[in-house]
Write a protein that binds this ligand. Structure first.
Ligand code: BG6
Length: 473
């Protein structure tokens, strides 16, 4: 059987996309609370439109989300019914340190996650916890310049250390930064970066990346000291880039595109800046300022496993005539004529999942953890209260089959937490109608709905997959 005993089947959500209650329990404002739906969203995500307060007349989906903050017991009971072995959640930094630089943590925030973890453990569901999933307390953005500023490193260290001390008896799987490579593509989402006219964006992004990488190494160090039985990983938005043709120019271009992402994991997992990054900095006049001891920290405190999300593969061409672009988790990509796309233009490529898993394992030789995968689609709730999401089952089936092949290939995989097991707010668009769940939530893009939860057809399908440890897909 491909899937090992104890394989962690489950689902993954993020605080800001599920919890709502954005100012309850002493929580402060975070970057994601400033992302409205509609036209302004994209420029804010890119860091080109500064916004430090919610704006009059805009709708902010994270403020209420699916109200997981109040309904987590009901939702976890449904996850338990599916047989989940793990639930990946993130902790909202601003629930614990509302301003990011507070002297003491907010007890109400700490207690919320204590209760959440207890509820999971009651059903033997392992919490898998991301320390920073696209959120930075707004005070740190406005008054420190967010991750541009070296001071964020020690503030993050304090935050992470507080979590390890508090939850060391409850949490065995941690991750530092969600999709750390997203910083290069959506700098405000990934790192709270806001630019001024004339800024050298590449310089600012790579300096911020260095700060996150050092902060990540310090978190690994603290986790190993405080909670020696735990594992702590990195998290990459993965999906390999195919050359459009076998022209070596295309092949080289594809390699460079993948290295943009691998750069982060090379540092977090292999412990040093790779040669190709040094050359890139030299060629682009980028100077990354490091403090004494940084290189040693990076070397000595590498991650235990490689967490990654996989939704789609990408393709690239150096031929200006080949320019039919499609979207794909914000990574630009040429349309791949061999593959279909989702309703949002994301390429569907199950075999690419196996390729990506093999590629990551070949490169890092550490266990992998698939912490996101799934299909964002429009679901119809029938008059009889059913959702026939066969397209989702189809997508997941093919991906689980390829994951099983990857395991047969010798790739070590700790678990699979599919994205959004219950419908949540979309990170890229802020929409509710882009649904990933096995459980339907009655809420629309404008925030209307009863929030009632309804099992979709995929609910029973996934239950069976888990029950049979992947034998029956
Ligand atoms: C990943 C993120 O980029 O993809 C999640 O880690 C996100 O937060 C997921 O929700 C799916 O993207 P989207 O835009 O469809 O919600």
């Amino acid at each position: 059987m491909a899937f090992p005993k104890g394989f962690l089947w489950g689902g993954a959500i993020a605080a800001n996309q599920a919890e709502g209650a954005y100012l309850e329990g002493g929580k402060g404002l975070t970057t994601v609370d400033l992302l409205p739906t509609g036209k302004k969203r994209w420029d804010i995500c890119l860091g080109d439109l500064p916004s430090f307060q919610p704006l009059e007349g805009e709708f902010y989906p994270s403020h209420t989300a699916i109200d997981f903050y109040h309904r987590y017991k009901e939702d976890i009971a449904l996850f338990a019914e599916m047989g989940f072995k793990a639930l990946r959640v993130s902790i909202s930094w601003a629930r614990i340190f509302p301003n990011g630089d507070d002297k003491l943590p907010n007890e109400a925030g700490l207690k919320f996650y204590d209760d959440l973890f207890d509820e999971l453990l009651k059903y033997n569901i392992e919490p898998v916890v991301t320390i920073a999933h696209f959120d930075v307390p707004v005070n740190l953005v406005e008054n420190y310049g967010s991750w541009k500023n070296r001071k964020l490193v020690s503030l993050f260290e304090t935050y992470a250390t507080t979590l390890f001390k508090r939850y060391k008896d409850k949490v065995k799987y941690w991750m530092t930064f969600n999709e750390i490579n997203m910083l290069l593509h959506l700098p405000f989402v990934g790192a709270g970066l806001v630019f001024k006219e004339g800024d050298n964006k590449e310089q600012i992004k790579y300096q911020a990346a260095h700060h996150q990488l050092v902060a990540s190494a310090l978190a690994v160090k603290a986790c190993h000291e405080i909670s020696p039985g735990a594992m702590i990983g990195c998290m990459l938005a993965a999906g390999m880039t195919y050359p459009y043709t076998c022209n070596p120019e295309d092949v080289w271009d594809a390699m460079e595109k993948d290295r943009e992402s691998f750069f982060f994991i090379d540092v977090q997992s292999r412990g040093a800046y790779p040669g190709y990054a040094k050359r890139f900095f030299k060629d682009h006049n980028i100077t990354v300022e490091m403090e004494d001891g940084d290189e040693e920290l990076l070397k000595n405190h590498t991650v235990d496993y490689i967490g990654f999300s996989y939704y789609a593969s990408r393709a690239t061409s150096t031929d200006p005539e080949v320019n039919n672009m499609t979207s794909g988790n914000v990574f630009g990509s040429i349309e791949n004529p061999y593959l279909e796309k989702s309703e949002w233009g994301w390429t569907i490529d199950p075999r690419g999942f196996r390729i990506t898993a093999n590629q990551l394992y070949d490169r890092y030789q550490k266990p992998l953890f698939v912490v996101e995968n799934g299909l964002g689609a429009i679901d119809e709730l029938t008059a009889g209260g059913e959702v026939h999401d066969d397209y989702r089952i189809e997508y997941l089936k093919k991906h689980v089959a390829e994951m099983s092949e990857a395991i047969e290939d010798g790739v070590e995989i700790l678990g699979y937490t599919s994205w959004g097991p219950i419908d949540i707010v979309s990170a890229s668009t802020g929409e509710m109608k882009k649904r990933y769940g096995y459980i339907y939530v009655d809420k629309d893009n404008e925030g209307n709905g009863t929030l009632q939860r309804t099992k979709k057809k995929s609910f029973d399908w996934y239950k069976k997959v888990i029950e049979t440890n992947g034998e029956s897909i």
